[in-house]
Write a protein that binds this ligand. Structure first.
Ligand code: HEM
Ligand SMILES: *[C@@H]1O[C@H](CO)[C@@H](O)[C@H](O)[C@H]1NC(C)=O
Length: 322
């Protein structure tokens, strides 16, 4: 009996620390089961506190995870700060003056380091934080596989190369941008539902709200008030993506699209007479279907090209490679 228990412990310890190779098949739900059993409760309690102070933090963390995964995999590359001659992803066009809540990841990491030094990757912390953020804002919860390791570098040019979709993208570009990451059109539409929470800057939606097509006139007027047509005026003013329930994770985003109240051009193209119209209708009617497809797509996205085994490293501080 004792031998069996010992063997089981040994197995979890080994599979938890020495999985070889670089593939999502090496991730596991129990990766930190013995090496950092408090991990989930630490992340959740810090997030609960932070999100109760500012709900937008939940949105910002979800986006950080997405931007991490789409540029050379979920390896925490997006968390590396520029310093000296090193220029990482944070100041690439899709990220500059836009990504936020790095400080929350740092808080979680330093607390995790106290309990389990040198064990938990920043890439996994970001994965868990994105998952918990969605749940804390009222969305679904799911189990995550862990065991990602952290990159030793980050690529400014890759982050600028079109891997991350632009708000002016048309539907075919959105579909192909996600396809490049192994994500289907359904995954793309479901993941776009992430825009049920959070805010965007006027600079990102100005062109859209002064167009006459595929936009609700009252909605356009309302958004124009905080985002004047004149060049460079008010470009950092913020508006919620979801005009109905801005900081609740629900399916109202899709209902907005049907009413032509999508904020970005890239939101509204999902419902403008193209191949994804029926999916948008379905998600707007059926929150359960949206949640199921969103969760499936989040799990797929979180498995993009992880570093595992002895690749990469476990950073001590998420902003710096050792
Ligand atoms: C489909 C292609 C997508 C495009 C073109 C896009 C574009 C954008 C843009 C332009 C912003 C506003 C940035 C700013 O004004 O500073 C934004 C914010 C946001 N995005 Fe996306 N996004 C896409 C997909 C996603 C996905 C897949 C997720 C997550 C599953 C996501 C989650 C978010 C969240 C939560 C925010 C608000 C962040 C905050 O308030 O801090 N987006 N996105
Ligand atoms: C979508 O945008 C791309 C790149 O700007 C362009 O080449 C393509 O023709 C557009 N497709 C449609 C259907 O408008």
């Amino acid at each position: 009996m004792n031998i069996i228990i010992f063997a089981a412990l040994l197995f979890t310890a080994v599979s938890g620390t020495a999985a070889a190779g670089s593939s999502s098949s090496h991730l596991s739900k129990k990766f930190y089961h013995t090496s950092c059993p408090q991990l989930f409760s630490i992340v959740k309690s810090i997030l609960k506190h932070q999100i109760s102070k500012e709900r937008r933090i939940g949105a910002s963390l979800l986006r950080l995870h997405f931007h991490d995964c789409f540029v050379n995999g979920c390896d925490a590359s997006v968390l590396l700060d520029d310093h000296g001659s090193f220029v990482g992803e944070q100041n690439a066009n899709p990220n500059k003056n836009s990504l936020r809540s790095f400080d929350v990841i740092d808080k979680i990491k330093s607390r995790v380091e106290k309990s389990c030094p040198g064990v938990v990757s920043c890439a996994d912390i970001l994965t868990i934080a994105a998952r918990d953020s969605v749940a804390l804002l009222g969305g679904p919860f799911w189990n995550v596989k862990l065991g990602r390791r952290d990159s030793k570098t980050a690529s400014f040019s890759d982050a600028n190369s079109g891997l991350l979709p632009s708000p002016n993208s048309n539907l075919s570009v959105l579909i192909s941008t996600f396809k490049k990451q192994g994500l289907s059109t359904t995954d793309m539409v479901a993941l776009s539902g992430g825009h049920t929470i959070g805010l965007a800057r006027c600079s990102q939606f100005k062109t859209r709200i002064y167009k006459k097509s595929h936009i609700n006139a009252g909605f356009a007027k309302k958004r124009q008030r905080q985002c004047p047509k004149k060049q460079r005026i008010g470009i950092d003013n913020l508006a919620p993506f979801d005009i109905q329930t801005p900081m609740v994770f629900d399916n109202k985003y899709f209902d907005n699209l049907i009413k032509k109240k999508g904020l970005l051009h890239s939101d509204q193209v999902l419902f403008s007479g193209g191949s994804t119209d029926s999916l948008v209708k379905k998600y707007s009617r059926d929150n359960g279907a949206f949640n199921r497809d969103f969760v499936r797509a989040m799990i797929k996205m979180s498995h993009i090209q992880p570093l595992t085994g002895s690749d990469g490293e476990i950073r001590k501080v998420c902003g710096r490679s050792d």
